[in-house]
Design a protein around this ligand. Sequence first.
Ligand code: EPZ
Length: 422
Amino acid sequence: MDSIIVRGNGPLKGQIPIAGAKNACLALMPATLLSDEPLTLTNAPRLSDIRTMSELLASLGAEISTLQEGKVLAASCHGEINPVADYDIVRKMRASNLVLGPLLARLGHAVVSLPGGCAIGARPMDIHVDALTALGAEIELKEGYLHAKTRGGLKGATHEMRFASVGATENFLMAASLAKGTSVLKNAAREPEIVDLATCLRAMGAQIEGDGTSEIVIEGVDRLHGATHPVVADRIELGTYMLVPAICGGEVECLGGRVDLIESFCERLDAAGISVEQTKDGVKVSRKNGRVRAVDVVTEPFPGFPTDLQAQMMALLCTAEGTSVLEEKIFENRFMHAPELLRMGANIEVHGGHATVHGVEKLKGARVMATDLRASVSLILAGLAAEGETVVSRVYHLDRGYERVEDKLSAVGAQIERVKAD
Ligand code: EPZ
């Protein structure tokens, strides 16, 4: 397993290109199952999760080819479709569950393994099952697999989700696009990745309105055709790299970034004393002066503060002036970065869903271990600002969601290198 070594190197300055959104691409790729015509995704990120989704779709009978060094994904699904999403692939990545809706819509049946455990929480699928059942699916759990079928195809319906689940919204959108009649999804997730998926489905001929709000209306159509769609910028990668000048000092411009994708995050940065400016090329960030101010954070569904930026924000607040309280309201176990930050001299108390961070002057480099995708990058951020050397092990977690992290950070002056496992 590779490690990454980071050495604190003072203020950093330069430009970092922001890639296409992992969490948009992982929902867009299964949309290829909805049509027998090609779907081309441009601005695709080059990540291990994308390769895992490609592997899963290929096992179902789709053909996925990568062009332009992986930035373009050309997908098509015109032959025999295998309706079984196997445990051995699904267990590697929860987003595999996004093939359930499309398989049901295209074939009328599907057998999809439950993803199994995840570091940050149990992450059940009840909201997905309820939403697809509302469209007429019959779904039962047998030996770890969801067996889903419809008699006579999916039918439009009105359904209110108990929680604004991102994945369940995406499964419902894709299934309802080919259902007979009108569907209305209430308490729908409003994330930009939902809007990106709806935009792509409309390009394929779907009739969808209200995406980005909590009520989405879908008029089912008989078939969907091929399309070419640019993956939206990754707001989580953007927020992560915006924290580099915040935690180290200096000034960084995140190329391709859009403030409107993470307004609540930008509001917290402003409250902490960080300057954020939308430029014609992206988002420019600098630390105004002196130490960062402590701020409180509560993670919520969009447009609230993104849970996927909580770990990274905690790294910033470890050296803020004062005490911050972070409340994690989306996942039940998403503070695993805290014990690793404690090894670096942070002062953090975790009680249930709350973490209280008492800012310290400086963190100290240490050997730390990545536990999940966003925790791993929070340790990199902490290492950039710490005195001495930090060695982050198990960086395969990092490679799931950040392409070429050491190249992007080296370009702004960071002292960072990857040590390949022998
Ligand atoms: C998406 O996961 C993202 N992943 C996650 O990003 C992100 O943290 C999450 O949305 C919340 O924004 C992708 O888009 C691939 P949810 P998803 O369904 O769809 C519970 C990252 O770091 N829940 O909105 O799985 C669930 O347990 C990843 O890039 C149920 O109880 O998120 C969680 O506590 C991590 N039953 C909460 O809802 C269900 O049927 C949010 O889940 C579904 C979800």
